[in-house]
Design a protein around this ligand. Structure first.
Ligand SMILES: OC[C@H]1O[C@H](O[C@H]2O[C@H](CO)[C@@H](O)[C@H](O)[C@H]2O)[C@H](O)[C@@H](O)[C@@H]1O
Length: 577
């Protein structure tokens, strides 16, 4: 019975109630998120009084103009919570740039480094003093936002942003972002989807523990780890307590993780979209079930995608067929298995033997469950699992390869797994896409579907393959990295912008679809390209041995650089479209 569940948050302005309903359903702004990001001018109490005054003045039937006037009089524009800030650790010329010898790529990487200056945000002291005037969740340290409509931190985006920041040698900003997330776990017991109160009833793919690992790889500060290990325990517990179920599979009990939702009502930031979608259902109960699916999909980071549709056992349908809460996702389980591995390593280093064994058991259980339930020798990859049909969902998603990235497979049988996965990529014809790896093969118009290609998914597949050290897999990784960098660079040349998502089918194609227009900025996109330029951009750069290599013709380690050079030369000569 969902009628007893709490709303997204307690605020009668930002999360639930008649004011939110009236303003959001009036459709005052192109983007529903605009209103819930505005600042209350005087106080929530007075704002509500003014709202009820307007309602009684208009016989509870205000026109759009009445509502607009009410909003103008009671709210300041979105973005009012920030002051000007220039990161004190920003450098004009971080070391990794020197590795990129090609002048065009070097210039681009340097421009990406400059973008942190645009994407940095620091909250005003006023937010700390009067938090109830804002939807933003106050954090002490300045941070980097994704960009565009995303004016707050996002949980899983922050992983790739921090990767980029560390390459830019912005260690204080990177650590500040992790510290903010740690403080949020201390305050709320988990990390919300993003840094707004309306995200407080759901999370996003759990990458805090891997973010701490990024800091550890950079500075190996054991005291820092000791100071925060309990907070990391708490974050891990949140997932194990609130996001796992037990499945009986061929006589075995397997504990598996999934995305969920335990709140009432539509997403406040996409209120109208959700209410309109729920019109397809006739009862409050069914509408609430849909809202729960929409929020669980947002928690997965894949909002929205045919990956979560179940219609007569297939992945066809539309948003009304969302069944996120009936699907065991490969990526979440792989990431939690990796989290457990890292926690085991951290506790071992801190000499907490009991804790280390506790995490070892969890890790081993995940390893077993992932192989038992999600790995399929005949397909050659891991697949999501449907609880509705008790069957695998045999569809292509980049997340099918996430165990390679997360290291959640038996390394003693690495050759077996990697050979099968490489065959799988051949089978799904991954080489035909010019602009990157598509999110799915379904053309639904949703943003996490064909033909969109998302930066984190490119990274997960490329690094997953590259880190195996297996020659065939590394060659695939190199080719995929080349395509991604080429395509992002092509868009950069045309628009001088980095996008949130791209089109996998076109070199230089823009992403689209979904409920808002493609955003620029863009945190994780910058982090991913910087990582790829760093990893591939320097090796054997321009050596005579590779200068003859042709893109796609079996490039070896470092061949991506040659490939990029070939492409750039062709672009300069105007021989590519
Ligand atoms: O407002 C709609 C949805 O927007 C966010 O999702 C998308 O952007 C995020 C930030 O880049 C990204 O983390 C997510 O994967 C994207 O789908 C937000 O996270 C959703 O909760 C929200 O409903």
């Amino acid at each position: 019975d969902r009628s007893k569940l709490p709303p997204a948050c307690n605020s009668m302005i930002y999360c639930h109630g008649p004011l939110l309903n009236t303003v959001q359903m009036a459709g005052l702004y192109n983007d529903s998120k605009t209103f819930v990001d505005m600042k209350i001018k005087i106080s929530p109490k007075i704002t509500l009084e003014h709202f009820y005054d307007m309602m009684s003045r208009t016989d509870s039937n205000p026109t759009k103009a009445d509502i607009q006037e009410f909003v103008n009089q009671n709210f300041d524009p979105e973005g009012s919570e920030f002051e000007d800030w220039r990161p004190s650790d920003w450098k004009h010329n971080p070391g990794f740039l020197a590795k990129i010898k090609d002048p065009l790529l070097h210039k681009w990487a340097s421009a990406l480094n400059d973008l942190w200056l645009d994407l940095g945000r620091k909250m005003k002291e006023a937010v700390k003093e009067s938090p109830d005037l804002y939807s933003i969740i106050y954090v002490e340290q300045p941070f980097i936002v994704p960009g565009g409509r995303f004016r707050e931190f996002y949980y899983w985006d922050s992983y790739w942003i921090i990767k980029g920041l560390l390459l830019s040698e912005m260690r204080t900003t990177a650590k500040g972002m992790v510290n903010n997330l740690l403080s949020i776990v201390d305050r709320y017991g988990f990390i919300p989807n993003g840094g707004r109160i309306y995200y407080l009833m759901r999370s996003q793919p759990p990458l805090l523990i891997p973010m701490v690992q990024l800091l550890m790889e950079d500075t190996d500060d054991l005291e820092y780890l000791r100071e925060h290990i309990h907070t990391l325990d708490k974050e891990f517990d949140y997932w194990m307590t609130n996001h796992t179920i037990e499945i009986n599979h061929e006589g075995k009990k397997l504990k598996m993780a999934m995305y969920m939702d335990n709140s009432q009502g539509p997403r406040p930031e996409s209120y109208k979209e959700d209410v309109d979608c729920a019109r397809h259902f006739d009862t409050t109960e069914k509408k609430e079930e849909l809202y729960a699916e929409l929020k669980a999909a947002a928690e997965s980071g894949w909002d929205f995608s045919s990956r979560w549709f179940i219609l007569n056992g297939t992945n066809k349908g539309n948003l009304t067929n969302l069944k996120v809460r009936s699907i065991i996702p490969v990526d979440l389980n792989a990431i939690l298995c990796w989290n457990a591995q890292l926690m085991m390593e951290y506790h071992t280093r801190l000499q907490n033997e009991e804790k280390a064994s506790y995490y070892r058991r969890i890790h081993d259980d995940f390893m077993e469950a992932i192989e038992e339930l999600l790995w399929h020798e005949d397909v050659g990859v891991w697949l999501d699992y449907s609880l509705e049909s008790s069957r695998r969902r045999d569809y292509f998603y980049p997340s099918n390869l996430s165990p390679l990235w997360a290291g959640s497979y038996d390394k003693a049988r690495k050759d077996y797994f990697v050979n099968r996965v490489v065959n799988y990529l051949d089978k799904v014809k991954m080489d035909i896409f010019e602009g990157g790896i598509p999110t799915t093969f379904e053309h639904t118009g949703e943003q996490w579907d064909y033909p969109n290609a998302w930066p984190p998914l490119q990274y997960i597949v490329i690094m997953g393959l590259a880190n195996t050290g297996h020659p065939e897999a590394m060659r695939y990784a190199t080719e995929l990295a080349t395509k991604w960098v080429r395509s992002n660079f092509e868009v950069w040349k045309q628009k001088a912008a980095m996008l949130e998502k791209y089109d996998a089918t076109i070199l230089g194609g823009l992403g689209g679809g979904g409920e808002y227009v493609v955003q620029t900025g863009f945190g994780w996109s910058n982090g991913v390209v910087m990582s790829l330029l760093n990893r591939y951009g320097a090796d054997n750069f321009g050596t005579a041995a590779e200068s003859g290599a042709v893109y796609g013709a079996g490039v070896g380690a470092g061949g991506v650089v040659t490939a990029l050079l070939v492409v750039l030369a062709s672009l300069a000569a105007g021989t590519l479209g």
